[in-house]
Design a protein around this ligand. Structure first.
Ligand code: G3H
Ligand code: ZN
Length: 283
């Protein structure tokens, strides 16, 4: 069933687990995520980035997400990932997204507050949840790139002000993770996660979570992370599936045969993540 992000994350916060938010770009990815969620009885978030929307088209991505969610035996939210443009956030709301992220992290604090507030006013009026980002998460997520030197951790005092003034539902924090493939092992600032969580009270979101060791993710969840975003690890699994199949079957020309193992690889990777997040049997 289709639900809001807020509904999912408040339950996760109460029970001490995290909901996986997985990036979607096509039908096979949506199916892999939903099948993994149903087989593990996990709540889940399907999220489309601006790149994903550009690739598939808003009508296709929204229709895929809504059909999948409505048919699913587990609660599913349809979320916009890293929305940087007010009009696009509105477009997603109009197409039935139940949750949106407005990413104003490129702005100074005052502007980020003002930009985020504008979205919250509209989204709240129509029952759509809002995630926003404070601090700057490094790395590359589709067309958004933040150089390592420009990445800044979330300041706990600023976080309190940001949450109070914007009235967002959940906060994406910069605490040492980065988008894309890591060069070394990421070092999470666990004290910062705990401090922010204690101070802001709302569920926190961890971006750039691919490649973060399971133990670090579990610890982050125990300190207040309630939504974990995964994109890169799914891309890797999907591509591995395609490559392996074509290596074994170089003459095959059936897209269904080529994509089936990719979908299966991705589904297994998602189920492993759900175990780590503690969302299994929480649907
Ligand atoms: O918003 C999406 C996530 O933060 C994805 O990060 O590509 O490192 O998994 P990732
Ligand atoms: Zn992200």
């Amino acid at each position: 069933m289709l639900v809001t992000g807020r509904e999912l994350l408040l339950d996760a916060q109460k029970k001490g687990y995290a909901v996986g938010a997985f990036n979607v770009n096509n039908m096979e990815i949506v199916q892999a995520i939903i099948e993994a969620a149903e087989e593990t009885n996990s709540p889940v978030i399907l999220q489309a980035s601006q790149g994903g929307i550009k690739y598939a088209g808003i009508e296709y991505i929204a229709a895929l997400g809504k059909v999948a969610a409505e048919k699913a035996k587990v609660p599913v939210a349809l979320h916009l990932d890293h929305g940087t443009d007010f009009d696009q956030v509105m477009l997603c709301i109009r197409h039935g997204f139940t949750s949106v992220m407005i990413d104003g992290s490129r702005f100074p604090l005052e502007e980020n507050i003002a930009y985020t507030k504008k979205v919250v006013e509209v989204a709240k009026a129509v029952g759509v949840s809002v995630e926003a980002e404070l601090g700057k998460i490094g790395g590359t997520e589709d067309h958004i790139t933040v150089d390592e030197r420009d990445a800044t951790f979330t300041d706990p005092d600023e976080a309190v002000r940001f949450v109070n003034e914007t009235d967002i539902d959940f906060l994406a924090v910069a605490v040492g993770t980065a988008h894309g493939v890591y060069k070394g092992e990421p070092k999470l600032d666990f004290d910062r996660i705990k401090t922010i969580s204690d101070m802001v009270k709302i569920p926190l979101v961890l971006h750039g979570s691919s490649g973060v060791p399971a133990e670090a993710l579990k610890k982050a969840i125990s300190l207040g992370i309630c939504k974990i975003n995964i994109d890169t690890d799914l891309r890797i699994a999907f591509t591995e599936g395609v490559k392996n199949f074509l290596k074994e079957n170089p003459d095959n020309i059936d897209p269904r045969k080529i994509l089936a193992p990719a979908k299966a690889m991705m589904k297994e990777r998602i189920k492993e993540k759900m175990e780590v997040f503690g969302s299994v049997n929480k649907a």
